[in-house]
Structure formats: structure tokens, C-alpha cells
Design a protein. Structure first.
Length: 311
């Protein structure tokens, strides 16, 4: 079981290549905000990134950064200077997934020496386990510390977006997801201090990461802290201490949240009976499942399904 792939799938994380910047000479671009996390891959040249809370950070070719939703930011040729082009708050429709091959945004008066591709990521709002919203205010993976997979993905992104050929749309549709996974892998491998306390950082903990694998592999199992600790060969006290430190939840609370995510997606997307969904996420009693689901999502399963399908 791969908890990262599992969670990305259930939480519906999908990317859209929305903007390509080609800039030369003196230039600047300010974006007031965006509704979704945005990833910027520098495919050529250099740039400076700044936000209201972060001092300017120099980006080199091959660098990748991820900013959380609603963060205003500035990309420019210099760490400070003129405001340059301003873009208003940007909204990404959940249906805007894959590729939007618009003409590049051209900045500066000189021939382009810097190229940046921007990918925005949408997550399914019905799920409670959201990886990207739990990340720090800036995730920055430098080209010289990136994995070979991330470097390869960025090079492919540059080639397919600037010189599209037969099937480029299909290639880019996959690449936007690959770039995200490769970036998260590289960032986790660096194990920066800000990784601690995030869901992703928990995967790197040898105790908690193994516990998450068991919970995701068999969410219907009546796991307790004792049985989970026994399965991963650690003491109950160790698991009870480290799991909340890494995830912010006890093992029981995390399992309930994950079960409710699985159930919410199936209620919306399938015609499976509530009794079957309840059993598949570990509830032998429909009333017990209904109470747990209502606490998590504000509505009992039947009404939740009807409301989601009316939209």
C-alpha cells in the first residue's frame, strides 16, 4: 500500500498547466492570489520569488516551488524593483484539469532568457485529508538537490510545453501530476525542519509511516492503538506518542477521518448501498456509521448523497 498515492487519489488532487512565462531583461509579475496551490517550475534562466511573508528567494533553472492557495506572490528578474505586470485574483474551475495551452505571458524588453511553467492543483473539497493545504508556506526544491526523477520531469515539461508535438496534450496531462509527486518525494528526502508535523512528513517517520501503511491497506480492520503497535512491532507508548506528533491526530481519529473520506467519495460517485459502504469502511452497524458520518460531514449518508448529486 502506498499512502501517498492512495491519498492523492481519494482527495482528487489534479493539476492544470495554466501559465507559461517567457521573460528577458528587466521584468516583474505580481499575482494577487489564487484559489488553489500553485507550483512554479523554472525551466530556463533565473528569477526571484517573494510573498508578503517570505523574503525574496532566488530560483535557478530546474528549481520547483509550491505555494499554498490564496498566497499573493511576485516573480521578477530582481529581488526588488518595479511592480511590473499585475494579475488579479485567479480562480481555477475544478473542471480545468490537464492542460491549458495558451500563448505564453511575455515580459521584459529583451529576448526571453527565463521560462517558468505554472501548474495549479485542485483538490476534491469533500475529503477531509488534504495533503497540499497542510504544507508550509513555501516548498522549494532546488535543481542541485532534486531527484533524478524531478529533473527529468521538469525537462519534459519544458520540452512538451514549448515545442508541442503529436500527443503533447496527453503527455502534459500526465506530467502535471508526475511533477507534483516527484517534487514531494524530493522535498521529503531532504527532510527539512518544516516537514515535521505535516502529513507528508509523517510518511518519513519510520514508525508513523508504517502505521499509515497498515491503516490505508485495511481501513475496515478494527484497529486499536494496541493492535496497530503490535502489527508494526513497536510499543503502544511509542506509537501513542509519535503518531499525534507527526499527524496531529491519534491513530483512532486518523482512521475515522480516512474512513469518512472513503465513504464520502463512494456515496457521491457510486450507487453502492449505504450498508455496503458502511461495512467496507469498518462499520458493522449502519446507525453507528451514520452517526460517525454525520459528525464528520454534517449530514447523514442518505441526505449527503442526495445533496451531492443535486449539484
Amino acid at each position: 500500500m502506498d499512502p501517498l498515492a492512495d491519498t492523492l487519489t481519494i482527495s482528487g488532487v489534479r493539476g492544470a498547466l495554466t501559465t507559461r512565462i517567457e521573460a528577458g531583461g528587466e521584468w516583474a509579475l505580481s499575482v494577487e492570489g489564487h484559489d488553489t496551490p500553485s507550483l512554479h517550475a523554472v525551466t530556463a534562466g533565473r528569477a526571484w520569488l517573494s510573498t508578503p511573508d517570505i523574503s525574496p528567494v532566488e530560483l535557478a533553472s530546474g528549481d520547483v516551488v509550491l505555494l499554498p492557495a490564496s498566497t499573493p506572490y511576485r516573480l521578477a528578474s530582481e529581488p526588488s524593483g518595479r511592480t511590473g505586470l499585475r494579475l488579479a485574483h485567479q480562480t481555477q474551475s475544478p473542471g480545468t484539469i490537464g492542460v491549458v495551452l495558451r500563448d505564453p505571458v511575455r515580459l521584459g524588453s529583451m529576448p526571453a532568457s527565463t521560462r517558468i511553467a505554472t501548474i495549479k492543483y485542485h483538490s476534491d473539497p469533500i475529503t477531509l485529508t488534504q495533503i497540499l493545504s497542510a504544507l508550509p508556506s513555501l516548498v522549494h526544491v532546488r535543481a542541485d538537490s532534486a531527484t533524478a526523477g524531478l529533473n527529468d520531469a521538469v525537462r519534459m515539461l519544458a520540452r512538451e510545453s514549448t515545442s508541442p508535438g503529436i500527443g503533447s496534450t496527453a503527455v502534459l496531462r500526465s506530467l502535471v501530476d508526475i511533477v507534483l509527486v516527484e517534487m514531494l518525494r524530493a522535498w521529503l528526502a531532504e527532510n527539512p525542519p518544516e516537514c515535521f508535523g505535516t502529513w507528508l512528513g509523517a510518511l518519513g517517520d519510520p514508525v508513523v509511516g508504517k502505521a499509515l501503511q497498515y491503516l490505508h491497506k485495511d481501513p475496515a480492520m478494527p484497529w486499536t492503538t494496541d493492535s496497530l503497535a503490535e502489527a508494526i512491532s513497536v510499543s503502544r507508548a511509542t506509537l501513542a506518542r509519535r503518531f499525534p506528533s507527526a499527524t496531529g491526530l491519534t491513530p483512532a481519529a486518523y482512521l475515522t477521518q480516512w474512513r469518512m473520506d472513503l465513504a464520502a467519495v463512494r456515496l457521491r460517485d457510486t450507487h453502492d448501498p449505504v450498508e455496503l459502504i458502511a461495512a467496507n469502511v469498518g462499520y458493522g452497524s449502519v446507525p453507528a456509521f451514520s452517526r460517525a458520518f454525520a459528525r464528520a460531514h454534517g449530514l447523514p449518508p442518505g441526505r449527503y448523497r442526495a445533496r451531492k448529486r443535486d449539484r
